[in-house]
Design a protein around this ligand. Structure first.
Ligand SMILES: *Cc1c(COP(=O)(O)O)cnc(C)c1O
Length: 465
C-alpha cells in the first residue's frame, strides 16, 4: 500500500513514512493510492469478531507489510486496554431505529482516544525499530491534548510537549492533561490564546533548529493518516450490531475537521452498506453551508458550547474533495489556493458526488441545549453537547426512517458541565468512577510567556537524552 498526496506533487510514501509525516511537501494530505474493496460475503464473515479482531482485519491492508502481522495484532490488542467498557464502542438505543454509538469509553472520555491510543503505540514501535527518537509538539484547546498525552505516556521514544492557553481551557480538560505523570510528558501553559499556541507549533514545524540534531517533530493532529485509519473500524463494528451487511445503515457525525466522518466515507468505499452520512456542525458551519449550497466561504471563529468542533476550515475535507475531483491533484492544489482567499463553488459533477452521500445540518447553541434537554426528558439519556448536535442533525436530515440511524457520541457529558446544566440538569454530571479522583491529583505544568523563544528553550531543556 502506497500513499499519495492530494495535491499530486509529492513522492508516494509507504505506511511507516506516512506515520512519521504531517503534511505532504506539496502542502497536500496523504491518502491511500487505492482502497481495499470487500464483497458482502467477506464483510459478513467478520460480523461476529471482537472489536480488536475486527480492527486487525480492517487495518492490516493499510499497513502494507510495514509491520509483521503478529506485531500488529499485539499493538491493536494493547491499544484498547484502558477502555472501560467491554464492548469498547457500545451502542445505546434512543428511539425506534435510532441509536448512539458511545465513543467516549476511553481514558480521556472522547472519541479521539480511538485514534491516539493507537497512534502512540504505532509510533513507538516503528521508532524503536529505527533506533530513533522524536518530539511530539501540539497545541490544544481541549480534547486533542489530553488524548495525545494519554496515547504517548508509555512511549519510550517520544517526548511530548502540549501547549494550551493559560487559564483558557476548562478545569476538567486541563486536569486531564496536567495530572498525567511521566518524565516524557510536558504541559506548557502559554500566556495567550489558543491561536497563539497554534501559531507557535506551526512556526516550530517550519524551523526545527531549536531541537537537538537527532530529533524531529511529529504531528498528532487529525491530518495524520493513522488517526483516520483507526476510526474506520467503529463504523463497521456499529453497523454489524444493527444488521449489516444485510441491512444498510446511516450515520450522523459531529464534525469539526472532518476526520471522523471521512473515516465513515472510507468505510462506505470499502463496501460497508452506508446509505447516508450526516455532517453535523455547530455555528462554525462552513461545511453545512457548502454541502447545502455549494459555496465555500470562511467566516470568523465562533466560540460555542461544543468547543471541540470550533473551526474555521475543516482540514480533512481536502481528502474528500480529492475523490470528488477524480483524484486530480493539480485541480485540488488550485482549488485550495482559491479557497484561502475567495468564496468558491465547485463544478456540478463534483458537487453531485458530495450530495449523493452527505447531508448536513448546522446546530446553534440554543438548539444544542434544547436537544440535550428533550432527549433527557424522553429517555433519561444524557448527551454531551457535541453528541447532541449529532442527534439533532440526524433527526433533521434523515432520508428514510426504516434505515437505522446511528449518531456518533463523541464525548462524555461530564467533560462539558456548562452545556449540560444549561439544559436543566441539576448539577455537574459525575465523572466515571475510574476518574473520580481527577480533582485531587497533583497537577504539573509550566507557565510560559507568549514568546516562541521561551517555549523553545523549555522544550530544548526538557528533551530526554
Ligand atoms: C475532535 C472532536 C470532534 C470533531 O471531530 P473531527 O474529526 O475533527 O471532525 C467532535 N466531537 C468531539 C468531542 C471532539 O473531540
Amino acid at each position: 500500500m502506497k500513499y499519495i498526496s492530494t495535491r499530486g506533487k509529492a513522492p508516494a510514501l509507504n505506511f511507516e513514512d506516512v506515520l512519521l509525516t504531517g503534511l505532504a511537501p506539496d502542502g497536500g494530505l496523504y491518502v491511500p493510492e487505492s482502497l481495499p474493496k470487500y464483497s458482502k460475503e467477506q464483510i459478513a464473515s467478520w460480523s461476529s469478531l471482537s472489536y480488536t479482531d475486527l480492527a486487525f482485519q480492517i487495518i492490516q491492508p493499510f499497513i502494507g507489510g510495514c509491520i509483521p502481522d503478529d506485531d500488529l495484532k499485539a499493538i491493536i490488542d494493547d491499544t484498547y486496554v484502558d477502555f472501560r467498557h467491554p464492548a469498547i464502542a457500545p451502542l445505546v438505543q434512543l428511539d425506534r431505529n435510532e441509536w448512539v454509538l458511545e465513543l467516549f469509553q476511553g481514558p480521556t472520555l472522547a472519541f479521539k482516544d480511538f485514534a491516539l491510543q493507537m497512534l502512540g503505540r504505532l509510533l513507538d514501535y516503528v521508532l524503536e525499530r529505527r533506533h530513533q527518537k522524536v518530539v511530539i509538539m501540539g497545541a490544544t484547546s481541549g480534547d486533542t491534548g489530553s488524548a495525545a498525552i494519554q496515547g504517548c505516556k508509555r512511549c519510550s521514544n517520544i517526548d511530548i510537549f502540549i501547549l494550551h492557553p493559560y487559564k483558557r481551557v476548562s478545569e476538567v480538560q486541563r486536569r486531564q492533561m496536567t495530572t498525567v505523570v511521566g518524565d516524557n510528558i510536558h504541559n506548557i501553559a502559554v500566556k495567550g490564546h489558543f491561536d497563539h499556541c497554534q501559531a507557535m507549533v506551526k512556526a516550530s514545524f517550519a524551523d526545527q533548529s531549536f531541537l537537538p540534531e537527532d530529533r524531529q517533530l511529529v504531528a498528532v493532529n487529525s491530518i495524520n493518516w493513522a488517526r483516520i485509519m483507526a476510526q474506520i473500524v467503529y463504523y463497521f463494528y456499529a453497523a454489524y450490531a444493527v444488521g449489516a451487511p444485510d441491512r444498510s445503515v446511516s450515520f450522523s457525525v459531529p464534525t469539526g475537521n472532518f476526520g471522523d466522518i471521512y473515516a465513515g466515507y472510507l468505510a462506505k468505499c470499502m463496501g460497508l452498506p452506508i446509505e447516508q452520512l450526516v455532517v453535523a456542525t455547530n455555528q462554525n458551519d462552513i461545511l453545512h453551508r457548502f454541502i447545502s449550497g455549494n459555496t465555500f466561504e470562511k467566516h470568523e471563529l465562533q466560540h460555542t458550547l461544543s468547543p471541540s468542533m470550533d473551526i474555521v476550515v475543516s482540514s480533512n475535507f481536502e481528502r474528500m474533495l480529492f475523490d470528488c475531483y477524480d483524484r486530480d491533484g493539480a485541480a485540488i492544489a488550485d482549488l485550495m489556493k482559491r479557497m484561502d482567499t475567495e468564496t468558491v463553488s465547485i463544478p456540478s459533477t463534483a458537487f453531485a458526488k458530495v450530495r449523493e452521500l452527505f447531508d448536513s445540518h448546522g446546530v446553534d447553541d440554543e438548539a444544542t441545549v434544547e436537544t440535550i434537554a428533550s432527549v433527557y426528558d424522553a429517555s433519561e439519556y444524557l448527551l454531551d453537547p457535541h453528541s447532541a448536535i449529532g442527534v439533532k442533525a440526524a433527526r433533521e436530515c434523515r432520508r428514510d426512517t426504516a434505515t437505522p440511524m446511528i449518531t456518533l457520541a463523541t464525548a462524555h457529558p461530564a467533560k462539558f458541565p456548562e452545556a449540560v446544566m444549561k439544559a436543566g440538569y441539576p448539577s455537574a454530571p459525575a465523572l466515571p468512577h475510574h476518574m473520580s479522583d481527577l480533582f485531587e491529583l497533583d497537577e504539573r505544568y509550566e507557565v510560559v510567556e507568549n514568546k516562541l523563544g521561551d517555549v523553545h528553550a523549555f522544550i530544548a531543556a526538557n528533551i530526554r537524552a
